[in-house]
Design a protein around this ligand. Structure first.
Ligand code: DAT
Ligand code: MG
Length: 168
């Protein structure tokens, strides 16, 4: 119990940092994995200057997805969304950097690809809101919850980005 509380505190504390240590949860969805878009999507975050602190290929369980999308449980598309997210592996990632939560949402584009500008991931790679290739946390608080849901404490890497002084 004490170990669990210490682990929980440590996770929340680390992922709750702001400034250059802000973190967000990004998931490349099953359609993008199938369509071989993983490399191009990761490259956009790397080129921007954000730091990758965790990455894994996951076949998400129904329980994990119910927790992840709990706020949407009463939406008409909810069961379709869970089915889609279980249709293949997902690339789960944590990215870190200044304003990463907000900036990642800009990089993603709007929820509906039809509203997403060219140059954004959803604007460039998809057409259907039900297959919109990528997830990004919508707030620092959601990011904390989602990182805790998808990753164990030891799966987040603390490392120094050699180009940090050239980015900040
Ligand atoms: P976002 O993923 O941009 O944060 P969201 O949290 O409102 O958007 O919804 C989660 C996912 O649910 C979204 O990426 C795609 C799906 N979705 C949202 N609105 C939908 C709709 N009207 N029809 C079908 N799927 C929808
Ligand atoms: Mg959302």
């Amino acid at each position: 119990m004490i170990c669990f509380l210490l682990s929980l505190f440590s996770q929340i504390f680390q992922s709750g940092w702001t400034g250059v240590n802000e973190r967000t949860f990004i998931a490349i969805k099953p359609d993008a994995v199938q369509r071989k878009l993983v490399g191009q999507i990761i490259q956009r975050f790397e080129k921007k200057g954000f730091k990758l602190v965790a990455l894994k290929l996951v076949q998400a369980s129904e329980d994990l997805l119910l927790d992840h999308y709990w706020d949407l449980r009463n939406k008409t598309f909810f069961s379709e969304l869970i089915h889609y997210m279980r249709s293949g592996p997902v690339v789960a990632m944590v990215w870190q950097g200044l304003n990463v939560v907000k900036t990642a949402r800009v990089i993603l584009g709007e929820t509906n690809p039809a509203d997403s500008l060219p140059g954004t991931i959803r604007g460039d790679y998809c057409v259907d809101v039900g297959k919109n290739v990528i997830h990004g946390s919508d707030s620092v608080q959601s990011a904390q919850k989602e990182i805790f849901l998808w990753f164990k404490h030891g799966e987040l890497q603390l490392w120094e980005h050699h180009s940090t002084p050239w980015i900040y």
